[in-house]
Design a binder for this molecule. Structure first.
Ligand code: IMP
Length: 438
């Protein structure tokens, strides 16, 4: 059995796409197992920058099959735009399969996301990506008003859409709290989605069966996470989370492949922390240091363009999510962003009502109350984007990596110093990946 699982251990945007893209050449299949168009993966190939939302990052390599599995929620016009965009740049998109079990996002999900984002979390918005993700997952679990990709390409779609639109028009209006809402038109939606169905049909398979057969045939699978473990609906900073299991625990559920198939789990972290949307963020910086991180790291959302909230690395949170996800090894990204800082801070514990704690609290009230306890390390002056071997990093950068590894309790097997494939160093138990072809 061989498989690798790549999971973000913070709040998403850990630059997982680049790592997945590099490691695809060591695998036969890339399987994306959760989320939808709320995620944005950036893959840089020389001067070419590809921004993908649904399509797994292995799409640039024709020999690798890219599978969008049952746990993903698909927005048809967005995935079609991705397909068209890739095709227009010479990527044929023949190596992709879409699960017939994946749920479909419809216009009513957008309307509900907009109506409910101003939620009741003590006045704080979840700050969703407004891509209809939560409402679609809610319908999936609720069952009665859900439409899967398998339904989209079969007879009976019209009747289903009519039944759902009738109910949704009533419920969304009642959610609007006096605001206006243009009722949805079932016929129009049916016509639009029939066109999408026609175009997507060629990709639709039973992906669970496909992947289980691939496992039997000894093929290797790269499981591509989306978002980050702190956004996990069960184990993250609830309710300020996404609506699926974005930590390592979600890979098996979303893909339909037993967890033990992935014999290596790589936890991806940034050298600092970022978060988009609402919710507690213990090490957030509101000063010029935070602004400098945002500027140097180009910390603006791939999907929504929102400025990301920036802060110091939180070793307590990452130690928790590394254990939760079953990380074997860490991949530390964007170390170059931290060059030119006089000093760097790492959160090593929290103060909760005067008590020093080293576990990650489960309740949002405690998450809001904790204050970070920092350790300060000296920074390094020089830029490191040209460094290609860990020995050539400034000593203070190496000390920073060692301290993170020690605090999280995991080895660091990848260090990235820039967006390009070439700016990646493999070491330790992942040294065997050093021969990946940039
Ligand atoms: P939703 O997934 O659109 O419902 O948004 C829920 C929360 O997850 C919001 O705080 C979003 O900003 C956050 N979120 C969703 N997808 C991503 C992502 O890919 N990266 C970072 N944050 C995300």
């Amino acid at each position: 059995m061989s498989g690798t699982c790549i999971i973000g251990l913070q709040w998403g945007d850990e630059a997982k796409g680049k790592l997945v893209d590099l490691l695809t050449q060591k695998h036969d299949i890339v399987a994306r197992f959760l989320g939808g168009a709320n995620a944005g993966h950036t893959v840089v190939d020389g001067d070419n920058v590809y921004k993908l939302h649904h399509i797994p990052s292995g799409i640039l390599r024709p020999e690798v099959m890219n599978v969008v599995t049952a746990g993903v929620v698909i927005n048809p016009p967005v995935i079609l735009e991705e397909i068209d965009g890739l095709k227009s740049r010479g990527i044929p998109v023949k190596n992709m399969l879409l699960s017939d079990r994946a749920h479909i996002i419809f216009p009513w999900h957008f309307a509900e996301d907009r109506a409910m984002n101003q939620s009741t979390n003590d006045g704080e918005d979840i700050g969703t990506t407004l891509r209809g993700i939560g409402p679609c997952y809610r319908d999936k679990v609720g069952r009665s008003f859900a439409i899967r990709l398998g339904d989209l390409v079969r007879p009976g779609l019209k009747e289903k859409i009519e039944m759902i639109v009738e109910v949704k028009n009533r419920t969304i209006q009642s959610l609007m709290n006096g605001g206006t809402f243009e009722p949805l038109d079932a016929q129009k939606i049916f016509e639009e989605y029939s066109v999408y169905a026609d175009r997507l049909k060629e990709y639709v398979v039973d992906s669970t069966d496909y992947l289980l057969n691939a496992v039997d045939e000894g093929k290797s699978i790269l499981f591509e996470g989306a978002q980050g473990a702190l956004l996990d609906v069960d184990h993250g900073t609830y309710p300020f989370v996404t609506s699926s299991n974005s930590s390592g625990v979600g890979a098996a559920a979303g893909s339909g492949v037993p967890a033990k198939v992935a014999d290596t789990l790589i936890g991806v972290i940034k050298a600092y922390s970022t978060r988009v949307g609402g919710g507690p963020f213990q090490t957030e910086l509101f000063d010029e240091t935070g602004e400098k991180i945002r500027k140097r790291g180009h910390e603006f959302g791939t999907t929504t363009g929102r400025p990301r909230r920036c802060g110091w690395f939180d070793a307590v949170a990452v130690r928790y999510t590394a254990r939760l996800s079953g990380a074997d090894v860490l991949s530390l990204m964007m170390l170059d962003v931290l060059s030119t800082f006089d000093e760097l801070k790492i959160c090593v514990a929290y103060d909760l009502n005067g008590e020093r704690i080293t576990h990650f609290p489960s309740h949002v009230d405690d998450l809001r109350n904790i204050k970070p306890i920092y350790e300060t390390l000296p920074g390094w002056e020089e830029e490191i984007t040209e460094v290609r071997s860990l020995e050539d990093l400034p000593q203070n950068a190496r000390n920073y990596l060692d301290r993170i590894s020690e605090l999280v309790g995991k080895e660091i097997g990848v260090v990235s110093v820039g967006p390009d494939r070439k700016q990646t160093m493999f070491t330790g138990s992942l040294a065997h990946f050093s021969d990946v072809n940039p």
